[in-house]
Design a protein. Structure first.
Length: 284
């Protein structure tokens, strides 16, 4: 096996283009900004679509310049860039494979070079492939899922660490599947468990330097991840209906959790996880 498994773009339809998704996810911020991130620079992975786009839009409305990291959906990334710029903020779009350590290093360097600093790291990008039987999860898929979902967080944090000063924030995207499990998403949910442990441990390692590390654990959210290969097609019409709220969530219902953890509103929180999941009660 090579050190870096290539993205599994051809095995299923992932990552998927939000421009092709119907109905379109709701990414627009629901309220006016109040400069809670004024003068900040945020690097957001998977910011071309879904939750990442909604976070980029909300952060920009609150005053942040944005580095948009994505794999290959150039049309979606350009749309997010335009959204950020419409809010009067700077945006750069950087395409590449987060499972490649050297790309992560280059992306952080480019962010600092072009936007001047780095204050907020949002590790949002994720990869998901369903299998009914654990015996059908290939070594390639297993390594690829861990590369994208958790190795990338190590790579980006390592590269970002010299630039993160007191008051900086790291926000990682875990999942409700970490808490309740998922019979079809064994490797995906395992990475989400690793992300939660990574968040808690990193928060302890960085707290004395004044850097807060927290996480968001979304439930079923309407993004390209599930319709474009992350779930069996026959399950998509029922997606999210098993939550107490009886529906899937929208990206702009998740983005405020990221904003709260990025700004001074959450100054007494580190090592914690927020749960925008439609009412599913979990521990932790």
């Amino acid at each position: 096996m090579p050190d870096v498994i290539e993205p599994m773009i051809h095995e299923d339809e992932q990552p998927g283009h939000e421009s092709e998704l119907e109905p379109k996810p709701d990414w627009e911020p629901r309220y006016d900004g109040s400069d809670r991130l004024k003068g900040k620079v945020a690097l957001i992975t998977g910011a071309d679509s879904g939750i990442g786009r909604a976070v980029a839009a909300l952060f920009a409305r609150e005053g942040a310049d944005i580095a948009i990291l994505y794999l290959c959906e150039h049309d979606d990334a350009e749309k997010t860039k335009q959204i950020v710029e419409k809010e009067g903020r700077k945006a750069i779009a950087i395409a590449g494979d987060l499972g490649d350590k050297s790309f992560c290093e280059r992306a952080v360097a480019q962010t600092v070079q072009q936007l001047g600093r780095l204050d907020i790291l949002v590790n949002n990008a994720g990869e998901q492939h369903w299998e009914k039987d654990i015996r059908d999860i290939s070594e390639e898929q297993l390594r690829r899922t861990f590369q994208t979902n958790i190795f990338s967080m190590f790579y980006l944090t390592q590269a970002a660490r010299p630039h993160l000063k007191e008051g900086a924030a790291i926000i990682n995207c875990t999942s409700v599947t970490m808490y309740k499990g998922s019979e079809l998403l064994l490797d995906y949910s395992a990475t989400k468990g690793a992300i939660t442990a990574f968040t808690r441990s990193l928060s302890q390692a960085l707290v004395e330097d004044g850097i807060r590390v927290n996480a968001v654990a979304p439930g079923p959210i309407w993004t390209p991840l599930n319709p474009f290969g992350g779930q069996p097609k026959e399950k998509i019409p029922e997606f999210g209906k098993d939550t107490p709220m009886g529906r899937a969530g929208q990206p702009n219902e998740v983005a405020p959790s990221f904003l709260f953890l990025a700004c001074e509103d959450s100054s007494y929180m580190t090592g914690q996880t927020l749960h925008p999941n439609g009412g599913v009660v979990v521990n932790g």
